[in-house]
Design a protein around this ligand. Structure first.
Ligand code: SF4
Length: 329
């Protein structure tokens, strides 16, 4: 007897405009504010109350007056919003939206390495990039973002060594611009790691007069041939200040093209790997799979259902003290 062939149930696509209306209405009913990172889809950025990079959003989170925050980004960002707002309910559209960079520095391994350094008599402070879990933040002395790293590193006493976690590329760049010696944790971001230097050089040749704008999470060889290096907010400020229409080759997460185009529509933006996969085909490898887990549908669902929620943990208190002195003072 042959068994019937079962086909997968067809899930009807919901109209994005209907979803946006629904989210707008739910926001009022549920007393919620939406924060969206520059790396989530443009349509989510469009319905958000605040958009920005990690530094701006961490600061924005402290200005929210509603009882609920929906954070469209990745898990560590939701944690930071909760740390800054212990009394508020913080929801994230998908609990599985993690971060390869944050995952590259597990708290147990960091604690063990710090103990090892101390046992060798090393006198150091730990500086963490904001892309770390709250448990890691609670083990550190300072938190930096690509927007404030230089300023914070200047606050580390000169007689102390610096252990910088978790991004080796950002760390190497900071060693260069601050002149401070650092012990670098060997972590990296899966998105910024993959840009191909050959393809970037070819793109520069194919686009005479273009300006390469790169995130400091990119490897050194990419930064060496970039014209502008900065976090996402710095990129936005830079393109807005330039009135003359210019072609930018953008070496960061591809969703960043949306806020750049909104801020300065006179320019042309080309995502670096998008035009340059060596095969000649287009390539979506500069899309962060974690950020891509955020969809309009999931934003609507989490607003409607009140979950997934970031729960308070004991170590958030210590992480809060570090975030507070690093980002707010
Ligand atoms: S782009 Fe990289 S650093 Fe940013 S969330 Fe994705 S994996 Fe993490």
């Amino acid at each position: 007897m042959s068994l019937p062939v079962l086909s997968a149930p067809v899930v009807a696509e919901e109209d994005p405009l209907d979803l946006m209306d629904e989210i707008d209405a739910l926001k009022k009913v549920k007393d919620a504010t939406i924060l969206a990172h520059f790396y989530v889809d443009g349509e989510i950025q469009d319905i958000a109350d605040f958009t920005g990079d990690s530094l701006k959003l961490a600061r924005d989170a402290t200005r929210v007056t509603t009882s609920t925050i929906v954070f469209a980004g990745v898990h560590f960002m939701g944690e930071s919003a909760k740390i800054m707002n212990p009394k508020k309910r913080v929801l994230i559209p998908d609990l599985l939206a993690g971060c390869s960079l944050a995952d590259s520095c597990p708290p147990e391994q960091l604690a063990a390495f710090q103990d090892q350094l101390r046992s060798q008599g090393r006198d150091f402070q730990t500086v963490a990039y904001i892309n770390t879990s709250a448990a890691v933040k609670s083990l550190c002395d300072w938190i930096v973002t690509s927007g404030n790293a230089r300023e914070i590193i200047d606050r580390v006493p000169k007689d102390k060594e610096i252990l910088f976690v978790p991004d080796q590329h950002l760390g190497r760049y900071l060693v260069e611009i601050t002149g401070r010696k650092m012990i670098l944790w060997p972590g990296s971001c899966m998105v910024h790691e993959i840009f191909s230097i050959q393809d970037l050089i070819r793109a520069k040749k194919n686009n005479p007069g273009s300006v390469v704008i790169a995130h400091p999470e990119c490897p050194q060889n990419i930064l060496e041939i970039s014209d502008v290096i900065g976090g996402t907010e710095k990129m936005r400020q830079y393109v807005m200040a330039l009135k003359e229409p210019t072609t930018f080759l953008v070496a960061t997460e591809v969703a960043m093209i949306h806020p750049l185009t909104k801020a300065a529509p006179q320019h042309t933006y080309i995502p670096v790997p998008g035009i340059m996969a060596s095969s000649g085909e287009t390539c979506a490898c500069n899309r962060c799979p974690h950020m891509a887990r955020n969809t309009l549908q999931k934003v609507r669902d989490c607003l409607r259902d009140g979950r997934p929620e970031i729960e308070w943990r004991d170590y958030f208190q210590q992480a809060r003290a570090v975030l507070d002195k690093s980002l707010l003072q």
